[in-house]
Design a protein around this ligand. Structure first.
Ligand SMILES: [Zn+2]
Length: 460
């Protein structure tokens, strides 16, 4: 067999652990992990001496929003940022204008992304029509999962949130039941709407320029109460349920108490793992994210939950905004739009955690990649083994990643203040998508359209 690519000289993260090896690739797939001394001739040889050869990350929670809002970024700019950040597949959320809430819009967005994407991608949809036929139609359109919020749609964003906002628990129960029938995963932004509404009224009496006001306007009990309610309902509904961006020790405790009660999973994000409310105060409204970044005890509880398996995924919740959108609300934590870029800091956060002994390389890449492939039924993704897609990153753990706004590829670099100046141990030297280098350590070298649509109904 003629090989297209061999990667030699590194430590390969295989499903059975890290070991020295040579990765052999043909036709976009890994054909073998060979012993390091094995002969292998290929069209291209990459020397990874002293480096780690790891699975590309799968970001299961990303907001690119294109084709709406070109001022916030494009499919090229944001999937380019993903590639630089060691991410080879992104799951794109349905919040766009208009909301991605029908099979036709899923196809339209798929066809918009396909000629532009630098990474592979999947599409979420919002369930606007709570009928069995509508759910089966979304499944047949190839969505990776449904997304809902347990909160009302934000002011003036009804078009973007059409089908997403389901604050009534009876509607949430219906979504879970119908999704269970259709075999769809339900991905939930969980905060209790009534508790948020009450807290927001109290917050209007406080200093809106103070980061603590945002924390008080969206308190941890609102998250925990929504999660507990969803998990209780899912004991009857029996859906595949996923809880987005867990922020607090209280919610971790709820997840543990419901362990084994239904088929659910949960994630957290790098900003909750690396930062606290004090960092938000320093960075200003650029660092306003919903739910809010909390306190040191919560940060510690999230790391514990990653270690004991309560949380099985780390995701970006990447949200690009144009600087004028955030800066128009400078000094106003109550009305500034929520979200921060994360595509270029997700993998560095976990590499740094490996370097400092917070986690192992095996667990880090289960959290970044392997668990996502298993949970979202993408059997060709998330592992370095014969037969899998050759989605690979090469990492130098002896070097650092220094994040500065000017070197970010995301179009939202100007609002990327939370992570500005941050140093992470570990540096991504190269990102490879299905055997082709897309990021060479200095630049994006693949053409737009290198990425492909992936979905659980057609795993290749
Ligand atoms: Zn999100």
């Amino acid at each position: 067999m003629t090989l297209d690519l061999v990667i030699r000289g590194g430590q390969v993260l295989t499903p059975t652990g890290l070991r020295p090896g040579t990765v052999a690739v043909a036709g976009g797939r890994i054909v073998a992990i060979l012993p390091p001394e094995a002969e292998a001739v290929a069209r291209e040889t990459v020397n990874a001496q002293g480096a780690h050869i790891l699975p590309g990350a799968i970001d299961i929670h990303c907001h690119i929003r294109s084709p709406a809002y070109p001022n916030r970024g494009s499919v090229e700019s944001e999937t380019g940022a993903a590639a630089k950040g060691g991410i080879t597949t992104v799951f794109e959320m349905p919040i766009t204008d208009p909301c991605c809430n029908s099979p036709e819009r899923v196809v339209m967005r798929r066809d918009h992304f396909a000629p532009r994407a630098l990474t592979d991608f999947a599409m979420f949809a919002a369930p606007v029509d709570l009928t069995e036929a509508a759910f089966f139609a979304l499944r047949d359109a190839g969505v990776i999962a449904l997304k809902i919020f347990t909160t009302a749609s934000p002011p003036d964003r009804d078009r973007e949130f059409a089908g997403l906002a389901w604050p009534d628990t009876d509607a949430q129960m219906t979504v879970l039941r119908l999704a269970a029938k259709a075999g769809l995963t339900v991905f939930v932004h969980a905060e209790n709407d009534a508790l948020i509404a009450q807290a927001a009224v109290r917050a209007t009496a406080l200093d809106k320029a103070d980061a603590r006001t945002h924390g008080l306007a969206r308190p941890p009990e609102a998250e925990a109460a929504a999660v507990a309610s969803l998990l209780a309902m899912n004991m009857i509904a029996g859906a595949r349920l996923h809880i987005a961006h867990v922020t607090s020790g209280l919610t971790v405790d709820v997840l543990r108490r419901f362990s084994g009660s239904s088929d659910f999973s949960a994630e957290t994000c790098p900003h909750y793992l690396s930062f606290t409310e004090a960092d938000v105060a320093r960075a200003g409204v650029s660092a306003k994210i919903n739910p809010p970044i909390r306190h040191e005890a919560d940060r510690a509880a999230l790391w514990e939950a990653l270690a004991d398996g309560t949380l099985k995924h780390v995701t970006t919740d990447h949200a690009a905004f144009a600087p004028e959108e955030k800066l128009a609300k400078d000094g106003d934590f109550l009305s500034a739009p929520p979200g921060h870029p994360g595509l270029e800091t997700l993998v560095p956060t976990l590499l740094d955690a490996v370097a400092t002994g917070k986690t192992t390389m095996e667990r880090a890449f289960a959290l970044l990649s392997g668990n996502a492939a298993a949970r979202f039924r993408l059997p060709s993704k998330g592992r370095l083994a014969a037969g899998a897609d050759a989605d690979i990153i090469i990492v130098d753990m002896g070097a650092q990643t220094h994040i500065t706004q000017s070197t970010l590829l995301t179009n939202a670099r100007a609002i990327s203040r939370l992570t500005d100046g941050h140093r992470y141990q570990g540096r991504i030297l190269r990102t490879i998508l299905r055997g082709a280098t897309i990021w060479d350590g200095a630049a994006i070298i693949a053409p737009p359209g290198s990425g492909r649509f992936v979905n659980p109904e057609d795993p290749r």
